[in-house]
Design a protein around this ligand. Structure first.
Ligand code: GLP
Length: 234
């Protein structure tokens, strides 16, 4: 795991963008994408660039269960606003959180991932160390699955909703096994509220209690953190 400390989210987004550009010059086909506040500067860099994704595929990590794609809190809406409207891909996939049969939709997502191996996966991290929506206690063997969100995640994400009662209680998420199958992983974290999770991920033991710690077992992970998120590292 390589840790790069940057001044702020702006610089972090630029570095992640440069890594992506290098990989695209080498011919990568499929991007794994994330939502949340953290990758916003990365998407901003992409929007301002001349990169072209019209021959590429994107696969998002997760989506809330029950939200319509047109709902402005859905991750589908987030991706349109932050990336896809400006930079369309040949194909873009997100989990179908409105599916009547969620189990079948999860299996279908696994098939999509298997057919489009992820070359470059962007990740954020939850305050409790979750990646995607894989909450503490999730088996490292999971592929796409329906998740009951942890109360702390509902609380953290309530800032995007009118109240915490409006935050969906479930999500569909790519599993940890799927994330670990990505060839290159770039994890971004900014702000002091991520410092404990970053310390556990980088220096703690590998445990399902801190899902991101599994990344210690991956051969190509770059962690981009600002000084606040890095502040508890030895
Ligand atoms: C959310 C998302 C994650 C994201 C994390 C951190 O719940 N499911 O993919 O990385 O929590 O979000 P933020 O970047 O807004 O802090």
């Amino acid at each position: 795991m390589k840790v790069v400390t940057v001044k702020n989210a702006q610089e972090g987004g630029k570095i992640a963008f440069t890594l992506l550009k290098e990989k695209m010059a080498q011919g990568i086909q499929t991007l794994g994408l994330a939502t949340g506040s953290t990758p916003e500067t990365f998407y901003q860099e992409i929007r301002q660039s001349d990169l072209d994704f019209s021959e590429m595929t994107s696969i998002n990590l997760d989506e809330y269960v029950g939200l319509d794609q047109s709902s402005d809190q859905s991750y589908a809406y987030f991706m349109k606003q932050h990336l896809f409207d400006a930079k369309p891909f040949k194909m873009s996939y997100l989990p179908d959180g409105k599916a009547t049969d969620l189990e079948a939709a999860a299996k279908d997502y696994d098939r999509i991932i298997a057919e489009n191996p992820i070359d470059f996966q962007i990740l954020g991290i939850g305050r409790n160390g979750h990646i995607g929506f894989n909450e503490p206690g999730t088996s490292f063997d999971k592929t796409t699955h329906v998740v009951d969100l942890a109360p702390s995640t509902i609380e953290a994400n309530s800032r995007f909703f009118d109240s915490s009662d409006d935050v969906p209680k479930q999500a569909m998420s790519m599993g940890i096994a799927s994330i670990m199958a990505s060839k290159t992983i770039v994890l971004l974290a900014f702000g002091s509220e991520k410092a404990d999770a970053i310390k556990g991920m980088v220096e703690g033991s590998v445990t399902e209690e801190l899902p991101a710690s599994v990344l210690q077992n991956h051969a190509d992970v770059i962690v981009i953190v600002d000084e606040a998120a890095a502040s508890k590292l030895a």
